[in-house]
Design a protein around this ligand. Structure first.
Ligand code: KG4
Ligand code: ZN
Length: 341
């Protein structure tokens, strides 16, 4: 395989990212502009606001990444860009920019699936990681377990039937108004919960007690609940909530492993689990996933936090993987075939 360099652009949600990565796994340049603080102040992501911020920042982000890499457009082999899944207005900004770059440089365009990119980031970090492997993706918008059979062939084993874990964490953090506490001012929901949970050394039985009581009350159908629920301390609540989410992820992962073993979906030598997506940067969750992996004799590979959350590097790397295998490459005069979603 010849040496290659790819520029990647990510704008699927609230991060404007660009990076240049080469086939030797070097990150030559990277720039990431997060909109997190603005969305925190709005109390959630408003799609047109996200789009406007992407538009404001995209050119600077691309220029900065190229400058850092000391690479000109002409020296690239391809341009990769996230086309799905994501907020359509946000995706469009990245795709249109990538198309422009492709046209002016006459370099091919490679459309990228955001979740596949999260999964394949592990191969940027670990050059010995061979396909197939199992992947657990935990993010703000998704939760899925899959076997990665080929670069662009994922066997989906299961996914969230409702919310994603990051979404639950973000909503809980918002309800608790954690961003109004100085120490969490600059944290996304998941980070705030993780930090708050670390401060909790308390014991608590009221939740259990109340759960039992509720159950009894329900079955007896005698009384209405009185307004006497104990409102737990914030740290306590965060720790319990994080624990509950972690436990759910772990038991479902265990169940997934058992399914994989029963159905012999994975060769014995490939017993590796990759975990990625923003929520995978949570150390408490990682620690517990590690226990499940030890128990089930799986090796655990988790990219460092900055590569778990959204970034341009993962898109560029996925571009390299596709370029190497000659997959999904569109020449600069054939860009009408590329669209979002
Ligand atoms: O992968 P990502 O950057 O964007 C999506 O593709 O969704 O994930 C963002 C999610 C947010 O919900 C955020 O709260 C969560 O990842 N997150 C965390 C942590 N850091 C980010 N969740 C738990 N613990 C963290 N340390
Ligand atoms: Zn993501």
């Amino acid at each position: 395989r010849a040496y290659s360099k790819v520029l990647g652009i990510e704008t699927s949600c609230d991060d404007t990212g660009c990076a240049i990565v080469d086939s030797d796994r070097n990150i030559l340049g990277e720039c990431l502009q997060s909109q997190q603080q603005i969305h925190l102040d709005f109390g959630g992501i408003i799609p047109p606001v996200a789009r406007d911020l992407h538009k404001q920042n995209i050119n600077n982000v691309v220029t900065e990444a190229l400058q850092q890499a000391q690479v000109s457009l002409n020296e690239l082999d391809a341009i990769a860009v996230t086309v799905k899944p994501g907020l359509p207005l946000s995706l469009l900004v990245g795709m249109n920019t990538a198309k422009e770059l492709s046209k002016i440089s006459r370099k091919p365009l490679i459309p990228i699936h955001h979740m596949e990119a999260h999964a394949l980031t592990a191969r940027l970090v670990d050059k010995n990681l061979k396909l197939p492997f199992v992947v657990l993706l935990l993010s703000g918008g998704h939760c899925l377990l899959a076997v990665v059979n080929k670069i662009n062939e994922f066997l989906l084993l299961g996914q969230s039937i409702d919310d994603a874990p990051g979404e639950a964490l973000d909503k809980a953090a918002r309800r608790l108004q954690l961003k109004n506490m100085k120490e969490f001012r600059y944290c996304c929901g998941g980070q705030a919960i993780e930090k708050a949970a670390m401060k909790d050394c308390n014991f608590s039985y009221s939740g259990l007690k109340n759960a039992v009581r509720m159950q009894i009350l329900k079955s007896e159908k005698k009384h209405e609940l009185k307004g006497d629920e104990i409102i737990p301390e914030v740290y306590d609540l965060c720790a319990s909530f994080q624990y509950a989410i972690t436990k759910h992820i772990c038991t479902r992962l265990q169940r997934g492993f058992e399914f994989i073993d029963r159905t012999k979906l994975l060769p014995e030598i490939n017993r590796t689990l990759v975990v990625s997506g923003g929520v995978a940067s949570n150390m408490f969750i990682r620690k517990h996933l590690n226990l499940v992996c030890d128990n089930m004799n799986f090796k655990l590979v988790v990219p460092p936090p900055r590569l778990c959350t959204d970034n341009g590097i993962m898109i560029a790397w996925n571009g390299i993987e596709k370029f190497n295998e000659n997959l999904d490459i569109y020449t600069y005069d054939n860009l009408d075939k590329v669209d979002i979603q």
